[in-house]
Design a protein. Structure first.
Length: 334
């Protein structure tokens, strides 16, 4: 009998020694995939945040060596500098060449992989993910912003971006650095050179943003980050996008809830919104093979499909959205 030692002295066969591993259910396989993804993404975020903190400590403790500040490690400095140069012909003072290098690297990465920078690299995005973790552990209430209000609030990123660009071009300095939550937190000025009299506006904004992000997931990214605004526009040109197969999708909506930036992943569209930060939570949570995946296509494919959907929508009337969850394709969607 299987599992019993043979009585004729021969060695037991491997199959008799080892019990076959129980097959995982589809749900268990999906949960494994979700956990593995969390680990990988958080590991990358932790590595980048650690690097930034180490650079900030070096900047404060080795001031004579010219160790750069965290301003020099932000690609948004490139946006401010280029805009100022284009509009005034002058350069922002104290701009670091690394800003331009990082800005160029970010531009190339957006053209290939959309806003994956926000989901995998940005340390301030990582801080907000940590706040979400804290909120869940403490069972704090989550504020769900109504869809209509959410759509309007997302324009806040462009309002902040406009303000920053105008002020940078007017003052010819990195004007945003004084109030930028990323700089105020990771710059460690509050630790090494605390000076409440000059730092209070930046620290107050930082505290408000952190409190907001504690109750609304990735609130800063969704509604206020000027770099997020730039990336959201450029994201329309990205080749790799999360795309949904309308033929494979069963309309279960399991991909919607985990999205940290509140995208309606199950919307009747082919490519998810350009606000997508590439965290892949939706892909890992999708139970249907081939329904949701990252695939490459020229950006105009999504635009053409969006146009098709609008034509279909205008001829089919208000019912298009309802039926579309399982039967139509389009471009981007919120
Ligand atoms: S939106 Fe801004 S803060 Fe959020 S992850 Fe992207 S760059 Fe960072
Ligand atoms: S759409 Fe998917 S990949 Fe994009 S941010 Fe939302 S959950 Fe992450």
């Amino acid at each position: 009998m299987a599992g019993h030692a043979p009585t004729d002295g021969s060695s037991p066969r491997p199959m008799e020694l080892h019990r076959t591993k129980p097959r995982l259910t589809a749900y268990q396989r999906r949960m494994h995939a979700v956990t593995a993804l969390h680990h990988r993404r958080h590991l990358v975020q932790l590595a980048v945040a650690t690097l930034i903190v180490v650079m900030a400590i070096r900047h404060h403790s080795e001031s004579g060596t010219g160790a750069p500040s965290v301003d020099a490690l932000c690609p948004f400095g490139a946006v401010e500098t280029l805009w100022t140069w284009v509009t005034t012909g002058a350069f922002i003072s104290k701009i670091h060449p690394s800003n331009l290098v990082m800005g160029l690297a970010l531009l190339l990465s957006v053209l290939v992989a959309g806003n994956a920078f926000c989901g995998w690299v940005c340390p301030f995005g990582a801080v907000q993910d940590a706040l979400t973790w804290v909120r869940r552990r403490l069972h704090l209430p989550t504020v769900t912003v109504p869809a209509r209000l959410d759509r309007w609030l997302r324009f806040g990123r462009y309002a902040v971006l406009t303000l920053v660009l105008v002020m940078s071009a007017t003052t010819l300095r990195l004007w945003f650095a004084d109030v930028d939550p990323y700089v105020n937190l990771f710059g460690l000025g509050w630790l090494f050179e605390p000076d409440l009299a000059t730092m209070w506006p930046g620290l107050l904004i930082l505290a408000l943003v952190l409190a907001f992000s504690l109750v609304v997931e990735r609130a800063w990214c969704r509604y206020l980050c000027p770099l997020g605004g730039v990336l959201s526009v450029l994201g329309h040109l990205s080749i790799l996008r999360v795309r949904r197969s309308t033929t494979a999708c069963t309309g279960c909506n399991l991909c919607v809830q985990p999205c940290p930036v509140g995208i309606d992943v199950a919307a009747p569209v082919a490519a998810v919104s350009a606000d997508c930060i590439g965290c892949l939570e939706c892909v890992a949570n999708c139970p249907t093979g081939g329904a949701l995946e990252v695939s490459a296509a020229p950006p105009w494919a999504a635009w053409r499909k969006r146009l098709d959907l609008e034509v279909v929508g205008s001829s089919a009337g208000a019912g298009a959205r309802h039926h579309g969850s399982t039967s139509s394709e389009g471009g981007d969607a919120r």
